[in-house]
Structure formats: structure tokens, C-alpha cells
Write a protein that binds this ligand. Structure first.
Ligand SMILES: *Cc1c(COP(=O)(O)O)cnc(C)c1O
Length: 374
């Protein structure tokens, strides 16, 4: 079945008891035990499993061509579960501009817990090879990266990881399975902040790990889901699954709009640089076009004049909303360096843009007036 069809049907049967076409939301925390003491219907207690979570997990596994998926309360809870499969003394290689929350989790939570972390520029696979140690257990990829939209060669880096006996996990939040399938490129597992494009409407928090067949840590992640307790709520699962049904169509429109916005920004004299992988000038363009179907809905723009100039542009937008997050129907703009604080590696003049589903003419007009029409 094609992707669009799986998004609407995988894991989403007609409700067997009522015939409901759209799945009901099961808010119950506990489930009846059979007279013989078993749970033949598959559910016992909400933390261990709940029907809305099962539906979402089955659908996500189908969309990423994975063997299984585990849903969590947030993207970071899902990442945390992956990191918790490691043991103190293990070494992780991560990108130098990974999602800020993932970097903080690695450096401020996992490192004190005994995990060694090397941060490298993953647009260069040789940097990954150079960082390998005998204790390297995990190579974490994010492509496109946040907020510089750097491109990592997923096939090359997963091969390097495999040869070194390390796992390779790809944060596929920005590309979504519509544009990029890391498992087919050799990765062992995929992370999603379902909070973003999969939910798609900025109204539900969630995360997921999708795993290839026979990936040894999968069983431990399933255990950590239930016993770590950072599980997704039924209503959030329902909202995210509802968002997924239109994912392919939304991502196509996000991409079309982002392409037009990038083209308009590139021409503006106050713009120093536009980071968008579909632009031929992007350093990762060739790899991006090989491993992604299109450039996606995210871009960053660097304004001449540094932080003051960028903040001034952000202050003047009227249709874009100044807010963090991404992947929703509405367009957002954010000055990342001021959000990330003193530890930031983000250029001071950079604005990150999540291009939404409003009409692109209106979006471009808003950015042009904020930049000052020539
Ligand atoms: C948002 C995001 C996360 C974290 O997800 P939460 O649901 O906010 O915990 C991780 N990775 C990327 C790329 C993200 O954009």
C-alpha cells in the first residue's frame, strides 16, 4: 500500500464493538481481567498499553517501514528511553547542532549519569570516523539539523556505525517519513517528536521510537516505556493519529511554500544567507536530494547586522507568530540564539522559520514588509 493509504488505514480498524469509523478515545486507566486471571483482550493498565497508543504505534511503524514503534509522552522522553538503553561508560557521537533539547539531555543528564559524548560536525562523515572509540555504542544523526539545516549522509554514517559495532539512530522529526526513510538507508531506529509535523496542528505533545526488525535494544525500550512511565496520553495519541492522516498532503504544501519563501528571501538585500537544503547553493544539497524527496517546510535565514537586526525583523512580522516549535499549520518565526542562551552555537543573526499552510503569497508579503520593502 502507498504511504497516503497507510496513513489513513494502518492501525486504524473500524471499531469492532460499535462500528465507529473514527476510533473512539479510550480514557480508561484500567481494563477488566478475565475470570481465568488473564488479559485475553490485550490490555491491563494504561501505562503498559492502551488502545489509542497501539493504533498510533502500528501506524507509525507502517509509515517508517519499521518493525515496531513505541510512543512516549514527548520527543525528549522517547530520546531519553533510547539513551537509557546504554550503560555508564558507553560513548555516544552526536551532531554539533542537534535539537537543543537533545543536546541538553545528552550533556546535562546522560553525561552526569556516566555516558561519554562527542559532538561532531556530521555533514562530514570523516568526523564521525575520527570520533569513534572502542566504547562507542550509538551514533545519533539529525538531518536536516536544527537550526542550520545541515545534512548528514545517513547511508554513509550508518555504515560507519555498523562497521564499528555501534547503533545508528536518526531524528527524523524535520524530514518526516514523507520525505525521508532512515531505516531504508541503514539506520537501526528513528526518533520522532510527534509534537511537530506528525501531529501537525500544534495541539499535542508526543514522541516515538520506530525500530527496524530484530534491533536488540527494542525490547528494552518497550520495557522502559512502561516502567520508566513517560507514556503518551490517549487523547494525545488520538490527536497525533488524526494529524498523521493528512501528513503527506500537508508536508507537500509545507515544502512548496518553504521553497517559495526561500526563493524570496535569497533575493532580499538584508538577507546574508538562507539555509534550505533544496537550494542548489546549500552545501548539503546533493546528499539531501539523494536521501530526501524534497527540502521540507523548515528553513533558517541569517539577517545582516546580527542579533539586533534579526530581533527587529522578528518584531515586525504580523502573520508569522513569534514562537518556538514547528511543523504546525501556522507559520512561526524564532530567534534561536536568544532562546538557547549563552551555550548556543547558533549564529546571532539567525531566524528559524517554520513555514505553515497559509497562502505563500501572504507569507512572503509579511516577510518582505518585516525586512523592509526595497
Ligand atoms: C521538538 C523536537 C524534539 C523534542 O520533542 P518534544 O516533543 O518537544 O520533547 C526532538 N528533536 C527535534 C528535531 C525536534 O524538533
Amino acid at each position: 500500500m502507498q504511504f497516503e493509504t497507510r496513513a489513513i488505514h494502518a492501525g486504524q480498524p473500524i471499531d469492532p464493538t460499535t462500528g465507529a469509523v473514527i476510533p473512539p478515545i479510550h480514557l480508561t486507566t484500567t481494563f477488566e481481567r478475565d475470570a481465568d486471571g488473564g488479559y485475553a483482550r490485550g490490555y491491563s493498565y494504561i501505562r503498559a498499553g492502551t488502545p489509542n497508543r497501539t493504533m498510533l504505534e502500528q501506524c507509525l511503524a507502517a509509515l517508517e517501514d519499521g518493525a515496531d514503534a513505541m510512543c512516549f509522552a514527548s520527543g525528549l522522553a522517547a530520546a531519553h528511553a533510547i539513551f537509557q538503553t546504554l550503560a555508564p561508560g558507553d560513548h555516544v557521537i552526536a551532531p554539533d547542532d542537534a535539537y537543543f533539547g537533545v543536546s541538553r539531555l545528552l550533556l546535562d543528564v546522560m553525561h552526569p549519569w556516566g555516558i561519554a559524548v562527542s559532538v561532531v560536525d556530521m555533514s562530514d562523515p570523516a568526523a564521525v570516523t575520527a570520533a569513534l572509540r572502542p566504547s562507542t555504542r550509538l551514533v545519533w544523526i539529525e538531518s536536516p539539523s536544527n537550526p542550520l539545516l545541515k545534512i548528514a549522509d545517513i547511508a554513509a554514517i550508518s555504515a560507519i556505525a555498523r562497521a564499528a559495532g555501534a547503533w545508528c539512530v536518526v531524528d527524523n522529526t524535520w524530514a518526516t517519513p514523507v520525505l525521508q526513510r532512515p531505516l531504508a538507508l541503514g539506520a537501526d531506529a528513528v526518533l520522532h517528536a510527534t509534537t511537530k509535523y506528525l501531529g501537525g496542528h500544534s495541539d499535542a505533545l508526543g514522541g516515538a521510537v520506530v525500530v527496524r526488525a530484530d534491533w536488540p535494544p527494542a525490547e528494552r525500550i518497550r520495557f522502559l516505556q512502561s516502567h520508566g512511565g513517560a507514556v503518551a496520553a490517549p487523547f494525545d495519541c488520538w490527536l497525533i493519529l488524526r494529524g498523521i492522516q493528512t501528513l503527506a498532503y500537508r508536508v507537500r504544501a509545507h515544502t512548496e511554500h518553504a521553497t517559495r519563501v526561500a526563493d524570496a528571501l535569497v533575493r532580499h538585500p538584508r538577507v546574508a544567507r538562507v539555509h534550505y537544503p533544496a537550494l542548489p547553493t546549500h552545501p548539503g544539497h546533493a546528499i539531501a536530494m539523494r536521501q530526501m524527496r524534497a527540502g521540507g517546510g523548515m528553513l533558517s535565514v541569517e539577517i545582516h547586522g546580527g542579533a539586533a537586526a534579526a530581533l527587529e525583523v522578528a518584531a515586525r512580522v504580523q502573520l508569522f507568530t513569534r514562537a518556538t516549535s514547528l511543523g504546525g499549520i501556522e507559520s512561526l518565526i524564532e530567534h534561536r540564539a536568544s532562546v538557547e542562551g549563552p551555550a548556543t552555537r547558533t549564529p546571532p543573526g539567525l531566524l528559524r522559520v517554520s513555514v505553515g499552510l497559509e497562502h505563500p503569497d501572504d507569507l512572503i508579503a509579511d516577510l518582505m514588509q518585516a525586512l523592509g520593502d526595497e
